[in-house]
Design a protein around this ligand. Structure first.
Ligand SMILES: [Zn+2]
Length: 246
């Protein structure tokens, strides 16, 4: 069987939203993508988490785009996903003073990158930095974080297990940090990911960056999983307005 990406190339692609033959994201579906972002506090919120922003709930079209990009290697979706990430970054920076913007993707497990053949979060982050730059907001994507060995795949873990799995799992090597040079003291750092679930991954990335003296102004993601109360999905919008409010 052909890998999906190669199959798309040889046999013609279909829209991930409506399955119509043609582009991987047709114009009609692209026109329905969100153009703004909202606070996306997970519930419960990891203590100290920098303000998270997402463009939408993780379902429907955006979920299909994330999965096709990440798991099926439909690399053309990096551009529209990067644009969604950009919208969330702009919202995360809304209250920040002017200064250099550094977008830091959460690190992927090396085994995942090898098996997928690409690093979807890094690609989206690069696209977002390019999009910001083209619109007059100079930004740089920097892979500052590394995962220590022994970190399990997060899939299937609950909030408590995720945070235990991730505690102390990321680090920022000093040689990598040196690339920031003179920016270090005044850079506006935004942690970037495709999807926010419990916030444990973003919080660990934030901790590792703060441990080397970098201030994190916010967390930006394309989509956030729906907030859940005990045993049921909460009503009233997909995102909570601030931590602790239900
Ligand atoms: Zn479509």
């Amino acid at each position: 069987m052909l890998p999906d990406a190669l199959g798309d190339l040889l046999l013609g692609s279909r829209c991930v939203g409506c399955d119509r033959p043609g582009r991987v994201l047709c114009r009609e579906c692209a026109a329905t993508l969100p153009s703004g972002a909202e606070p996306a506090w997970p519930s419960p919120t990891p203590p100290g988490l920098a303000p998270p922003y997402a463009t939408t709930a993780y379902d429907g079209l955006v979920r299909a785009m994330v999965l096709a990009h990440k798991e099926r290697g439909v690399l053309a979706l990096a551009t529209p996903l990067g644009r969604l990430l950009t919208v969330a970054v702009v919202e995360a920076l809304a209250d920040a003073a002017t200064g250099p913007v550094v977008l830091v993707p959460v690190p992927s497990r090396p085994a995942s990158v090898r098996s997928r053949g690409h690093d979807p979060t890094w690609t989206m982050t690069v696209r977002a930095a390019a999009w910001l730059g083209a619109n007059g907001f100079p930004a740089t994507a920097m892979p500052l974080l590394r995962l220590r060995t022994g970190v399990r795949d997060q899939a299937g873990l609950d909030a408590h297990e995720r945070s235990a799995n991730l505690a102390g799992s990321m680090r920022c090597p000093s040689r990598t940090l040196a690339r920031l040079a003179g920016w270090r003291s005044h850079a506006h750092v935004v942690v970037c990911d495709d999807v926010l679930t419990t916030g444990a991954t973003a919080r660990e990335a934030q901790r590792a960056l703060e441990a080397v003296g970098l201030g994190v102004v916010g967390v930006a993601v394309a989509a956030a999983t729906r907030r859940r109360g005990p045993g049921r999905e909460s009503s009233g919008g997909f995102l909570s307005p601030q931590p602790g409010t239900v």
